[in-house]
Ligand binder design. Sequence first.
Ligand SMILES: Nc1ncnc2c1ncn2[C@@H]1O[C@H](COP(=O)(O)OP(=O)(O)O)[C@@H](O)[C@H]1O
Ligand SMILES: [Mg+2]
Length: 695
Amino acid sequence: MAAPEGDLLSKAPQPVQNFVRSTEFFGRVAVIYGAYKATQLKAAVMRLQGSSAEPRVKALWDSQHTWAGEQMYDLAISLRGFYLKAGQFIGARADFVPEQICAKLCLLQDKVPPMAPERATQVLCQELGISDVGEVFEWIDMDTPIGSASISQVHKAQLRRFPRSQLRSLARQERGLMACLTVGPGDSAWSICNSHGISLAELAAANKQVEIDDLQPGQVLKVPVVLGLEHFQHSSSSSSSNGSGSGPLQALSRMLSGNSRLTQQHSSSGGGGGSGSVHSSFSSDRAGSINSTGGLSESECSSSSSSEDWLEPGSSLFAAGQQLGKKANLFGLLTSSSSSSSQANALLIGRSGSSSDATSSSTSRSSSSGQIGLPDVHSPAAAAVAHAAASGSVPDGGLVAVKIQYPGALQTMSIDLVNLRATSAFLQKTELKFDLLSAVEELQKQIHLEFDFMSVPGLVSRRLMVMSFMEGLPLLQLKDKVAHLPQWKREKAARRILARVSEAYGLMILGEGLFQADGHPGNILVQGGGRVALLDYGQSKQLGEEDKRAFADLVLAMSKGDKPAISAALSRLNVSTSKDDVGLRSEMAYGMFDTRGKVDPFDKNSPIKQAAVEHFPPDMFFVLRVVQLLRGMANGMGIDDFSTADQWAPLARQAIQKAERKDSKRRRQQQVQQRLQAQPVYDLAAIAAPLQLTV
Ligand SMILES: Nc1ncnc2c1ncn2[C@@H]1O[C@H](COP(=O)(O)OP(=O)(O)O)[C@@H](O)[C@H]1O
Ligand SMILES: [Mg+2]
């Protein structure tokens, strides 16, 4: 069976790994392909006997699909990496994948064989810097994960309780520290959001005085910074127990206690995508007080100094400030405080002391925190829990889901993406006339963010994340649960759930443009009253304003059935096709961006066989993926008349109106500016003169 954690692979040099994986993959695919060809032949021979052979032909195909489903499942489980992800996606495509294959592959969405409990516990302790799970959790079920999927397994747990009296003193802080970011040439708000993992709304909120739709190179923006667990662990290697070390934690401790004034700047490019240059400055003028920008001022933003390396892009602290847009369901961890920073300071110092020996079981109270009554904090992780509890961000009952990444998974995935690129280039020229390479590039760009859990703040390290536990029935189990209901009731329930999931996506894509792009059934829970919960924000995307607007046009045109407008909207989205036929282009648009009907890209009558999609914009790849997953979900529920375009049309209208209002505001501002610039100086004097007279 599998080499579940990719550990074996990590020991072999990369070219060898590449070769081994590719050979195994193509070898197994060839066997499956060969079996299909043989079945085709057998079926053709059977059919020679006339229509009476049909039931036998059907049985033949059923058993072929069942066998193929098992083979594909085994392939995905033993190779893991990208093949797991691909298997999840194929298993969610009931619209053109045989049901026997879907039934097997959908197990990959939340039932991948997990790590053994001992190994999972070892990874968990290592990531949290603890020696015993009891330091952080009241209990945690390590034996049976709630789910295990492509990159991780998830366990249910309850956070440790701390006495109320001890927590109260920690309870008053929540103002975030900010890092500064200098806009680079060619950067736009959305590219900055995507490369730093924050939403446009968050960027706008942190920069109220800045017109974020019209950024200029050299302009300085603020980006929220939240300290994550790894930051504290990171500091342990370089810290000294008296809190006077040079690590980030010590620096922050000094800063909050007013002993130092700290300004940092780094001019290297931003993490994740090279957007902007980042520098950070934190200051405190008096004990425990952070200035009104939450830690820095504009002038500090533009000052430069040290070469200390603790806030460079890609460092844990910087990463902690990234991806705030994905913080749904996560705890905020300690940041700073303007009102009660002595407590915050004490907490930091408490952590600092403990972080010098993260795994020791001795209670750590620094002398300066003694009178505040810190809980007995044994490790940074325990401090994080205490803080989360103190700041009220622990969910009711302390129930959490602990997501543990499989060690070695990122390495395996990276190797596969290199192989996938080569395969896509081949497929694109032969079987599938679609710009697959753009899609692979987008995946390659995004995948590092998905594996880096530090991109969200809270009780989190790069490979471990603690989230609120969501109650609900996995969508995959719904079928069995409702099997006893009459047909009409099942259908009604299915339509309601589908409509809600789809509505959520419409609101995300056409609302703020920030959306979770991994909506396979393994990531959907059904709650009471048909409410739905979306899990797993690892693959998220922020759409740019232009793309959102063009997509809204497309949705409206599709819901009206206006073919020329559909074709025009495709052009605005930068989708180019080898034929300019409006009918064909609109058929392609429905196939890509609406859920109605069935679409089989391998069917010889499919529009994609008649004309190629020569260019597909990488930024729209995740929208395409969402729509295809929704279509798969609809078909899997036996619904083939559901149209996202129809459902999203009112949202598209709102998005267009909003964009138009923004445009006209910007035009008015530009006109005013132009008029002011055009006004000669002496004219201003002439205007001023009569005013002076009247005064
Ligand atoms: N917050 C949560 N509450 C309840 N169950 C969860 C939660 N997060 C994940 N799960 C379960 O764990 C499974 C795997 O988690 P997920 O985040 O989707 O991992 P992956 O990134 O590997 O796909 C999910 O399919 C779901 O069953
Ligand atoms: Mg998932």
